[in-house]
Design a protein. Structure first.
Length: 227
């Protein structure tokens, strides 16, 4: 009797183990399919605009145009890496005739990235130390560091995002040396590692102007999209 009971228990455990293994394989397969099912066609996003008039009479206009996101299957075909290419043009303009001189001004563009679930167990980012559990983000493919006298665009960026938070990553900044300045980035490569579930991204544009009597900042944001 005892021998038969042990045999039945062993068979139950065996069936349970097979069932768990099947579930794990199904989940992994589903993740791999999800990671590789992204569209290779860029998604065009609506242009965004903002305007204001400073206290001393200057007209400020900010435009984010040529916005697109192109999620693609990641090269490693892993379930927890998202890849894509992002494009945007940011243009800032100062017009009118203010009562005081413009002291400084600049335009900036960047990305905001959010990850739903972090699945890493610690990630080293090549910075000489190891961070705790975090999601790795790398961005590359933008122009080299110096574009014009007072322009800077980061050629390669690595950052981390915690699950449930939004990380803001500047891509470029250009000083206003005349009444107009712009930054154009086409097909910026974005890669997010160790993230399970949706990765949401949106572009942002900023125009900041300082005069003798006022400081003004405008922001616009693209519609959110997914990698």
């Amino acid at each position: 009797m005892a021998t038969e009971l042990k045999a039945r228990t062993s068979r139950r455990r065996s069936r349970a183990a097979v069932g768990l293994a099947a579930c794990a394989v199904a989940a992994l397969s589903s993740g791999v399919v999800f990671a590789g099912s992204a569209s290779a066609t860029p998604t065009a996003l609506s242009d965004k605009f903002a305007s204001t008039v400073t206290d001393d009479g200057w007209s400020l206009d900010l435009a984010a145009t040529k916005l697109s996101a192109n999620p693609v299957p990641n090269l490693a075909t892993t379930a927890f890496t998202r890849e894509g290419f992002v494009s945007a043009k940011v243009t800032g303009t100062i017009g009118g005739a203010g009562d005081s001189a413009v002291k400084t001004g600049y335009v900036e563009q960047g990305l905001q990235i959010g990850c739903q679930i972090d699945v890493s167990s610690g990630l080293g980012l090549g910075l000489g130390f190891s961070l705790g559990p975090s999601v790795g983000v790398s961005i590359s493919g933008v122009p080299s560091a110096n574009v014009g006298v007072n322009a800077s665009v980061n050629p390669s960026i690595q950052s981390t995002i915690a699950p449930g938070t939004i990380t803001t990553i500047p891509l470029g900044k250009k000083d206003l040396e005349s009444s107009k300045a712009s930054i154009t980035a086409e097909n910026v490569h974005v890669k997010v590692d160790a993230c399970m579930g949706p990765v949401t991204i949106r572009s942002y544009a900023q125009l900041s102007v300082s005069t003798a009597t006022s400081d003004n900042t405008l922001f616009v944001y693209s519609d959110p999209t997914w990698l």
